[in-house]
Design a protein around this ligand. Structure first.
Ligand SMILES: C[S@@+](CC[C@H](N)C(=O)[O-])C[C@H]1O[C@@H](n2cnc3c(N)ncnc32)[C@H](O)[C@@H]1O
Length: 223
């Protein structure tokens, strides 16, 4: 899913960059198959690493920082003569990798961000139920948080969105159970993408793909 504006910009673009994991086609790139101009030049920005070392390890921070710095220089150079589109999944300013490039590019070259349709929006639509009613408070958390913190947030909110689940699924399952909300928790894999799958958390398998979101719908006031 993308906006009409993003579609128009993309179809006319001659230079398109996107992030991808080494040896993978890149989800953002796959999603625009068939939309790119015949004369487009592509710039796959390959992460030097993803989950090989912990995110707080100084080596991880150093390698990723130099990766973003390198692409900041290359894109700055390229945009002296050309417009470049950087593809993102969902909204670029919502937990997106593009933010790390944006922080390095903005102020040096003109950057326009086109808002996107977030994965969570695709996820609650896939359940065919509203996520918030009336005064419901919605909390968005990352499954990477400590278990006790997850359980507290899940207990205290009306509606819930959990992202970055992956290998944290067993911990998340325990936190949802501790908060007493297992019966209301839905798991959506590949929302609005080929292979979309919707299950109740209680019935979900032990492993979930990178593109997975857990939802608890608010039950707030309604007429
Ligand atoms: C780095 S964040 C990027 C979020 C993105 N910018 C957005 O607006 O949705 C990646 C996480 O978003 C969630 N996600 C994004 N798109 C999704 C989709 N279509 N289906 C399921 N989960 C998705 C997953 O939890 C994934 O681990």
């Amino acid at each position: 899913m993308m906006s009409v504006k993003a579609d128009r910009l993309l179809r006319n673009a001659r230079h398109v960059a996107y992030f991808r994991k080494r040896g993978h086609p890149g989800k953002a790139r796959q999603l625009v198959n068939g939309l790119l101009h015949a004369e487009v030049t592509e710039y796959p920005m390959e992460y030097p690493l993803t989950t090989e070392i912990p995110h707080d390890d100084p080596r991880y921070i150093a390698q990723l920082s130099s990766f973003y710095q390198d692409w900041q220089s290359r894109l700055t150079q390229l945009t002296r003569s050309e417009d470049v589109i950087v593809l993102c999944e969902g909204d670029p300013f919502f937990y997106g990798s593009f933010m790390h490039l944006h922080a390095r590019l903005s102020g040096r070259i003109p950057v326009e961000v086109v808002p996107g349709i977030t994965g969570m929006s695709g996820a609650w639509t896939a359940t065919d139920l509203p996520i918030t009613w009336g005064d419901d408070v919605m909390t968005v958390v990352m499954a990477t948080l400590p278990e006790a913190e997850l359980a507290r947030r899940i207990r205290e909110t009306d509606a819930l969105v959990v992202m970055k689940i992956g290998r944290n699924l067993p911990k998340l399952r325990r936190a949802v159970a501790a908060a007493g909300r297992m019966d209301a928790a839905w798991l959506v894999e590949h929302a609005a993408m080929p292979g979309q799958r919707v299950t109740m958390l209680a019935e979900a398998e032990a492993v979930t793909p990178y593109f997975s979101i857990l939802l608890i719908h608010g039950q707030g006031r309604r007429p």
